[in-house]
Design a protein around this ligand. Structure first.
Ligand code: XIL
Length: 397
């Protein structure tokens, strides 16, 4: 079998065998110390990998990462305690993103107290299987520890507190060959353009309010100093469907470059929480092309495709995923993967990550329990969506 990854900074290159032959003992055991074995939702097994698509990642041109966001730590559905999830992940993905446990509230729960145990355990899981990891996220305005939300101090104190977090976390993983890239700042831009200049405004966060707009550049500089080898991404949602939001990101990238002391940035992450109806594929293609024209890497960082929403996000009232809709979702996964490969030149491809293993785990169910946004169903069986993703990868040699 082919090695799972193309880049592995010095770690041993694990050869990956079919899931059936692969040991499912985790790289460290336990689910982050909860003491309770997390259940495998949906039954006993997950079943064999789809014969049509035995290894999704093996189809990726140039060994481009094909990633998945995974629960870990104390989450009841942690990958580390679920054989069914491990079978899917080990068979199909070459990169992991922590769905939650590497966000600030998990890594620095109390001021000055960092807790890397769960993240290190997940990184060990990835390393043992020759997978890489994409770090998510050094900075955000959500999932912050309470002490950060109530932090008191002037702009310099805030900047130092922010850099303390970014620098300490990036430095911790700098020595880890498995961690190859970071989302440095997540969701800096809002969903509106109040001044009508064609660029979405910066989001009103505590970082902006307390430090000022320069906080984004400071975060990138701090991350680069702490881990000069990692690819540093800016990550946001709706970049493929809202041109004025992407324009704001590209404007920021331009300002980073024009700075007399250029701000280090390696890539743009398109979250791509999209639906069957929105955005239209032509818009998606133009957005990928515009981002690629910067010369930066482009990554689809959080792909999922809802089916039970209209173009405005309103529920269509479905109560089951019918074969006809599952087939539309297959075609939509194929079209998006194909658009990415067509529009982003090979050296700039940061890869494609889906935001969750199976529908039963998807965060989109928080908003509508009748959603089926991912590649595997509630029993961890491959959906037509997996075939669509694979066909999209196969379209490009
Ligand atoms: C989501 C997780 O999937 C949920 O489990 C959690 O409750 C909230 O965060 N954009 C992001 C991700 O960048 O971090 C979010 O993940 C989904 C939206």
């Amino acid at each position: 079998m082919a090695p799972r990854i193309a880049r592995c900074r010095g770690a041993f290159l694990a050869l990956v065998f079919a899931a059936a032959a692969w040991s499912c003992s985790s790289g460290g055991g336990g689910g982050g110390g909860s003491g309770q074995p997390p259940p495998d939702v949906g039954g006993s097994g997950g079943g064999p990998p789809s014969p049509a698509v035995p290894n999704l990642y093996a189809l990726a041109p140039g060994g481009m990462p094909v990633g998945v966001a995974v629960p870990a730590g104390n989450f009841a559905n942690s990958l580390l305690g679920s054989v069914a999830r491990q079978q899917v992940v080990d068979a199909h993905f070459s990169q992991l993103t922590a769905e939650n446990i590497m966000k600030p509230s998990f890594l620095q729960p109390a001021e000055g107290t960092f807790d890397f145990a769960d993240a290190d355990e997940l990184a060990a899981y990835a390393e043992a299987r020759g997978m890489t990891m994409h770090g998510h996220t050094l900075l955000w305005h959500e999932q912050l520890p309470a002490w950060m939300e109530t932090f008191q101090g002037d702009a310099a104190d805030w900047a130092s507190m922010m850099s303390g977090h970014v620098g300490t976390v990036a430095a911790h993983f700098a020595g880890n060959a498995t961690l190859v890239s970071w989302d440095v700042v997540n969701e800096v831009f809002s969903d509106s353009d109040a001044d009508g200049d064609g660029l979405h405004d910066m989001r009103d966060t505590l970082w902006l309010a307390n430090i000022g707009p320069g906080y984004v550049a400071t975060a990138f500089r701090t991350a680069a100093a702490a881990d000069p080898d990692a690819d540093l991404y800016y990550n946001d949602y709706n970049l493929s469907g809202v041109p004025a939001k992407l324009a704001a990101v590209l404007d920021m990238v331009g300002a980073f470059r024009n700075d007399p002391d250029p701000v280090p940035i390696d890539g743009i992450g398109f979250q791509m929480h999209v639906s069957l109806a929105w955005p239209e594929i032509g818009q998606v293609r133009s957005a990928f092309a515009a981002a690629a024209a910067t010369g930066l890497k482009v990554k689809i960082s959080e792909l999922d495709i809802t089916v039970n929403t209209d173009g405005n996000g309103a529920s269509l009232g479905m109560t089951e995923l019918t074969p006809a809709v599952a087939d539309q979702q297959r075609a939509r996964f194929e079209a998006i993967v194909r658009a990415y490969l067509d529009e982003v030149p090979a050296p700039q491809r940061g890869g494609i990550t889906v935001w969750g293993i199976a529908d039963v785990d998807s965060w989109r169910r928080t908003y509508n329990s009748n959603e089926w946004p991912l590649l595997f169903d509630d029993a961890f069986a491959a959906k037509p969506a997996l075939t669509g993703f694979a066909d999209g990868l196969r379209a490009m040699p």
